[in-house]
Design a protein around this ligand. Structure first.
Ligand SMILES: [Fe+2]
Length: 299
């Protein structure tokens, strides 16, 4: 299904939402969204929409829900019906939930990777436009959603079924690499619009403490990624992957580790996919160059 969905928002539960402000605010350059519920929640945004990342206080220390915005009423109905047919009944969201998510309609289910999936219509705009001195070029979101999310799961094939037969995503390509002697990593990348991948799934060898591997924000300007990298370096946060360029989507990016453990990728210039995409093939390396763990400085 082409151009029927976009990544709307990501809900993350952490014991102390404010602990992520240095990462999302100071490093990435997101700006505060409208305060939501429950009390103590914080919202962040990377464009004119009311919220893109929501942090709520709690013990999960992981993503708890992800929203996909339908391209109108007909698309909403089509995706909801598709999920039902694929074996994932959806539940119509209450008025309270609809209001909290700043949408006009919501239907939810749970993905096989254990995170709530919310199909929504019309994510509202914030009361004032997006502007960030730290990210002057802004982020690439128009028509493609706020970024991409990557989850690790032991329920790999079932999750693939959910993404493709349920949500109607198409696989863009996949990665198979040996990360240690005899240990294979497989990641499948999925698109639902021009963004090379809105969702990716990594095959976890065993149940991991966190399902969310990373969330990615794509800057419009390459220099804004460099400046964000400088801020990440100055922040003292771990940088498990320094600047590099991915082989499959061509993204120039780096990854900073949030204080909650999951990673945040800041990138620029990923290739776009087309409706008639026929490059679904295997890649055997993560990056053309870079994305190496950075050498710690001598004490
Ligand atoms: Fe990524």
């Amino acid at each position: 299904m082409w151009n029927q969905l976009q990544l709307a928002y990501l809900g993350i539960e952490v014991p102390d939402p404010a602990s992520l402000t240095p990462c999302f605010g100071d490093v990435v350059g997101l700006v505060p969204g409208e305060p939501g519920s429950p009390a103590g929640s914080l919202a962040w945004r990377n464009d004119d929409r009311a919220q893109r990342v929501v942090l709520r206080p709690g013990a999960a220390n992981d993503a708890v829900y992800v929203g996909f915005e339908a391209a109108g009423e007909a698309a909403f109905e089509a995706v909801a019906a598709r999920l039902e047919t694929a074996g994932y009944p959806v539940e119509e969201g209450s008025a309270e939930l609809v209001a909290d998510r700043r949408v006009s309609r919501l239907a939810s289910t749970t993905a096989p990777w254990g995170v709530g999936v919310e199909l929504v219509d019309h994510l509202r705009s914030a009361s004032h436009p997006y502007s960030s001195a730290l990210m002057p070029g802004g982020f690439f979101t128009t028509g493609v959603g706020f970024g991409h999310v990557v989850f690790a799961t032991v329920a790999f094939e079932e999750s693939h079924h959910f993404a493709t037969d349920g949500l109607g995503f198409e696989q863009s390509d996949w990665l198979e690499i040996e990360i240690a002697e005899g240990v294979e990593l497989e990641v499948r990348f999925y698109h639902c619009n021009e963004r090379h991948h809105t969702l990716a799934l990594a095959k976890a060898p065993f149940e991991l403490p966190q399902t969310l591997h990373h969330v990615m924000f794509e800057a419009n300007k390459r220099d804004d990624v460099g400046a964000a990298f400088d801020r990440a370096w100055a922040s003292g946060l771990p940088i498990p992957n320094g600047l590099g360029r991915h082989d499959n989507d061509g993204m120039f990016s780096f990854y900073v580790a949030s204080p909650a453990g999951f990673l945040v990728e800041v990138g620029h210039g990923a290739k776009l996919v087309t409706e008639k995409w026929d490059e679904n093939r295997r890649y055997d390396r993560m990056s053309l160059w870079g994305h190496k763990p950075l050498r710690p400085t001598a004490p």
